[in-house]
Design a protein around this ligand. Structure first.
Ligand SMILES: [Zn+2]
Length: 72
């Protein structure tokens, strides 16, 4: 587990993630390729889109968030 340093204040940042509250389920938010297209049924269309889970680091001092979407 690597450690990050806050770009704003230089304090250590803690690893975490942004949770997505679905209908009774909680999942990690994904980065989705391309501009969002609204869908009447699902909110936004995701079919055929590349999706990467987002890892977010939080500064314990100022609260600054830094996100990474690493993956294939
Ligand atoms: Zn900070």
């Amino acid at each position: 587990m690597r450690s990050n340093t806050c770009l704003k204040c230089g304090s250590p940042m803690a690893e975490g993630f942004v949770v997505d509250n679905g209908y009774g389920t909680k999942t990690v938010s994904n980065w989705v390729e391309g501009a969002p297209v609204k869908s009447f049924w699902t909110g936004v269309k995701l079919r055929g889109r590349r999706q990467v889970p987002i890892q977010t680091w939080r500064c314990g001092r100022c609260g600054y968030l830094e996100s990474y979407a690493r993956g294939q």
